[in-house]
Design a protein. Structure first.
Lengths: 247, 255
């Protein structure tokens, strides 16, 4: 318990350094652009692929295991859309990203720590915490709505694929469900939640990387710990945010 | 000029540096020598401010480092250059970008001027052919030379080198030593070097401080090293191959 409080205190202290005035805005902006590409654009492929398959699998599961003769045809499309909007495209997608992006951030910063690159920045008079972490947080929070949009869009395409290529139902039946009782607020909820999750992924992973002590084994441990902590925090934040946004 | 008085540092109750006094002049290379674990790196980290000393005074040309505000410390850091044992180059950047980094961060020059300055520094360390290479494409000696170029990019007043010859062959070590000595004299820099390489001691050691178990055991010049009567220093220096040969020749000559 005391260890957890201590860790949280160190995290807050680090964030205090991260959110201080940048030395040279031009250099931070350059890093921001690089991070948008590295953390955001390069994650698009995996988000699209997973969303396509999950959209298809949800549709198949609901069609074969939930729908019955007593239920209207639109149930499959309606349920698929609600799952994609409310949980998959924000929470589950961010859980997946915490594995890819989180471990990338923790290992990159951790390696810089053990190879004294962070010390080199400090000696130059650069606020290393801010220079290394702030662009990552900003880039992921900036790009996550795009990834959420991709996830929703390709999840629905995946659902359509079950109609076009497997023929479990007609595309018109699916479409009637997708359009049934649509509430645009759920899309907004998805974006809001994803912004919080993006902050958790970038800041917590960076904290684990920045505070590494030792060698390459410790970088590996930090990377694993960052993914575990991010996942737990995302699930916890999901519960709190869902309650707040749904109330 | 750097002045250190009564510097102490401990980790978890274990004292690593005991009450160290030292004085480092501008335009001269001062070497901190000692066995591995003697406290050389901790001493240097305390001097540059990467570690907070438990007690003592530290002055950079009359500026009391431990009492400077954050902003003043930051400004002072811009006058420091450091060469790390591992070179610590930014591996996501090319050689030229590495050297341009401190200039981009802190100088108000134009991009062309910054690039010219970085190229000048790289030419100074004879690396004009490696501008566009990445650190992992360079040999250990070349990486150290890039680190030197990066360290001098902002015209530092103080240069710190933590075991600059570590992992290098004797010939490359000599090149690095000569480069550090030339730069120190050319730009009138206060240079501190951590080393346990006796070739460096005899080559560029204008002032030598010997640390043993966290205490300053001996201080003098390279000419005094061989004739010193300090037993711990003698045990340390005569353990090296170079000095074993010196001693053998002296014994043979009947000295």
């Amino acid at each position: 318990m005391f260890k957890a409080i201590g860790t949280f205190g160190r995290y807050l202290a680090l964030m205090g350094r991260v959110f201080s005035r940048p030395e040279r805005m031009r250099m931070y902006f350059r890093e921001f652009i690089a991070e948008v590409e590295k953390l955001g654009v390069n994650s698009s492929g995996i988000v699209i692929l997973i969303s396509l398959f999950i959209g298809a699998v949800i549709t198949v599961q609901i069609k074969y295991n939930i729908q019955s003769a007593w239920m209207p045809q639109w149930v499959v499309g309606y349920t698929t859309r609600e799952i994609l909007l409310l949980e998959f495209s924000s929470s589950i997608m961010c859980l997946i990203l915490s594995g890819k992006v989180g471990s990338n951030i923790a290992s990159e910063i951790g390696t810089m720590r053990v190879t004294q690159q962070i010390d080199a920045l400090e000696i130059m008079g650069v606020n290393s915490a801010s220079y290394l972490i702030l662009p990552k947080i900003a880039a992921l929070m900036f790009f996550i709505p795009v990834l959420v949009t991709f996830s929703i869009f390709f999840g629905i395409i995946g659902a359509y694929m079950t109609c076009w290529f497997v023929g479990i139902m007609t595309a018109t039946e699916l479409e009637s469900g997708l359009l049934h009782d649509f509430n645009p607020y759920f899309v907004l909820c998805s974006y809001i939640k994803s912004l919080f999750f993006a902050y958790i992924i970038a800041s917590v992973s960076a904290f684990y990387g920045y505070t590494v002590e030792g060698g390459s084994l410790d970088v590996g441990k930090a990377s694993t710990n960052s993914v575990v902590s991010c996942s737990v925090l995302i699930l916890f934040a999901d519960l709190v945010l869902t309650n707040m946004l749904s109330a | 000029m750097i002045e250190v008085q009564g510097l102490c540092k401990s980790f978890d109750g274990k004292v690593v540096l005991h009450d160290i006094d030292a004085f480092f002049e501008a335009g001269k290379t001062s070497l901190i020598i000692g066995q591995s674990g003697s406290g050389k790196t901790v001493f240097m980290k305390c001097v540059v401010g990467l570690l907070q000393a438990d007690a003592g005074n530290l002055s950079y040309d009359g500026r009391d480092f431990l009492r400077l505000s954050k902003r003043e410390k930051k400004n002072l850091r811009k006058e420091m250059g450091m060469i790390f044992q591992s070179a610590a180059l930014f591996d996501s950047m090319t050689v030229l970008e590495n050297v341009m980094f401190p200039l981009n961060m802190f100088s108000s020059k134009t991009r062309i001027e910054i690039e010219n300055r970085a190229k000048f520094c790289l030419d100074r360390v004879n690396l004009s052919e490696a501008y566009l290479k990445y650190p992992d494409e360079l040999s250990g000696g070349m990486q150290k030379r890039v680190a030197i170029a990066r360290a001098i990019a902002l015209n530092p007043k103080y240069l710190f080198c933590d075991e600059p010859n570590s992992g290098l062959d004797p010939k490359t070590s000599l090149i690095i030593d000569e480069l550090i000595l030339d730069i120190t004299r050319e730009y009138h820099i206060t240079t501190l070097i951590n080393t346990h390489d006796m070739n460096s001691v005899m080559g560029i050691g204008e002032k030598i401080i010997f640390l043993c178990e966290g205490r300053k055991e001996w201080e003098g010049t390279k000419d005094d090293v061989v004739s010193s009567s300090n037993k711990k220093l003698n045990d340390f220096i005569f353990a090296s191959d170079l000095f074993k040969k010196v001693r053998a020749v002296e014994t043979k000559d009947g000295k």
